[in-house]
Design a protein around this ligand. Structure first.
Ligand code: URP
Ligand code: ZN
Ligand code: ZN
Length: 457
């Protein structure tokens, strides 16, 4: 063995055990007792988790003429420091763009810059014959999931387009994800609010309340039922949408859903912060009332929700969020979170008894890897899996602040919280890339990991 991680408490979604892990090259080669190798990492008193998988990030994403604050290098360095060794981003093509060209262009932006491994969801922004015809080859090439939007110009889809895309993705093994919000309802409510002079960030959640999300999720779930397609609801925020997911599952549908830390820790009260500070929390779907926190924690713990991802989408406050000073509808949507997901979920989930250790690993690593075609190469600790490991100090206390994080934007939505438990060391394919909170790897070392087709039938 090249390296042994010794004496740690190894946690997978299947169980917890005291074992040594042997690494040969980039892979896990043995799990057992008293293993020997050239180099030893002592994990006594620490947990050993699989490298975590963030299935929803927007690095270097252009919207209009602005670009999100983390590029592929800075965003993935931040991810690594927070224990995430695989991220899944999106292609950024719009309606009418050639999807294949969009994929090639996006890969060119990421390849050679990422610091952790990555995969990519397709963005489906139209349902032309050309787009549909390109999907089988893209699935073969490792694009195993795709996001559809029910709102946002110029990427939103009409119901007929969603139906055609659902039928085609079903046939070629691509898992369809949906951003579910009723576009016309948002437009109506926004016009009403702005017409009454209600322009500040605090009105953002009133323009996109829970029913706006639940209606669209229900509609797309029914469309999926019509063509017998699986479905993944992105960034689920509230009881109303959870109810639509559970009802669809009750009808026998294969439907999955993710939530994000912002919906577990932040609320619409954050929009009331003084001055224009509330703009930092403008993201969509919007933050909800606190009653939803328990709903979502409970749903995670009883396996009603499958994934916690970040929807990391960081906009600079001084130059980008301020574009919406005169209207909340012009505030760029999104917030940073790629580095804080795992420590937040461990401290407030495992530490406070809301999630078991196994469930924590399931929703932050194994579940996303499985659903997006990366398992068992990613998302678990098993012989033959990539040696992506997080040596985790359960007692280290960290008070979150943008100053100590590696994300580029100068704010952290979760700032001021003191968390217990933090990554001490992170390995990517057998190489140490984070040591005591600092990135010691190389931007560019990350590889594209093709997703295996989603096995629906
Ligand atoms: O506000 C958000 N979440 N922006 C990112 C794009 C998206 O819808 O996921
Ligand atoms: Zn979305
Ligand atoms: Zn997103």
């Amino acid at each position: 063995m090249d390296c042994i991680v010794k004496h740690g408490t190894v946690v997978t979604a299947a169980g917890v055990m005291h074992a040594d892990i042997g690494i040969k090259g980039e892979k896990i080669a043995a799990i057992g007792q008293n293993l020997e190798g050239d180099r030893v990492i002592d994990a006594r008193g620490q947990y050993v988790f699989p490298g975590f998988v963030d299935a929803h990030v927007h690095l270097q994403m252009t919207v209009g003429d602005i670009v999100t604050g983390d590029d592929f290098a800075s965003g993935t360095i931040a991810a690594a420091c927070g224990g995430t060794t695989t991220v899944i981003d999106f292609t950024s093509n719009c309606r009418g763009d050639d999807l294949l060209e969009g994929v090639t262009a996006r890969r060119a932006e990421a390849d050679g810059h990422v610091a952790v491994d990555y995969s990519m969801h397709l963005t489906l922004a139209d349902a032309t014959e050309k787009t549909l015809a390109q999907l089988p080859a893209l699935a073969e090439a490792g694009y195993a999931s795709a996001k559809m939007y029910t709102t946002y110009e110029p990427i939103r889809l009409a119901d007929g387009e969603i139906l055609r895309l659902l039928a085609t993705t079903r046939d070629c093994g691509i898992l369809p994800m949906v951003h579910a919000e009723n576009h016309d309802a948002i437009a109506y409510l926004t016009a009403e609010l702005l017409g009454q002079g209600k322009t500040g960030p605090r009105y953002h959640p009133l323009s996109r309340p829970p029913l706006v999300e639940a209606e669209a999720a229900h509609r797309v779930a029914v469309l999926a039922q019509l063509v017998d397609a699986p479905l993944y609801i992105a960034h689920l925020t509230c009881r109303e949408t959870l109810d639509t997911v559970l009802a669809a599952r009750q009808r026998g549908q294969l439907i999955y859903a993710e939530t994000c830390p912002q919906y577990l820790f932040l609320s619409q009260e954050d929009y009331e912060r003084p001055g224009f500070e509330g703009a930092k929390f403008v993201l969509s779907p919007a933050l909800r009332d606190r009653a939803n926190w328990d709903v979502l924690w409970q749903a995670l713990s009883v396996e009603q929700l499958q994934v916690v991802s970040t929807d990391h989408c960081p906009w600079y406050y001084e130059t980008q969020k301020v574009l919406g000073r005169d209207s909340f509808a012009q505030i760029p949507n999104g917030a940073p979170g790629i580095e804080t997901r795992v420590p937040l979920l461990f401290s407030e989930g495992v530490g406070k008894g809301r999630l078991s250790l196994r469930r924590f690993v399931e929703v932050c690593a194994t579940g996303p890897a499985r659903l997006h075609g990366l398992y068992p190469r990613k998302g678990t600790i098993a012989v033959g899996s990539d040696a992506d490991l997080v040596i985790y100090d359960p007692d280290k206390e960290v008070t979150l602040s943008f100053k100590t994080l590696h994300q580029q934007v100068a704010y952290c939505p979760f700032a001021g919280r003191t968390l217990r438990g933090y990554p001490r060391m992170v390995l990517l394919r057998g190489q140490v890339i984070v040591q005591d909170g600092e990135f010691v790897g190389r931007a560019g070392q990350g590889q594209f990991i093709p997703g295996r087709p989603f096995a629906f039938h």
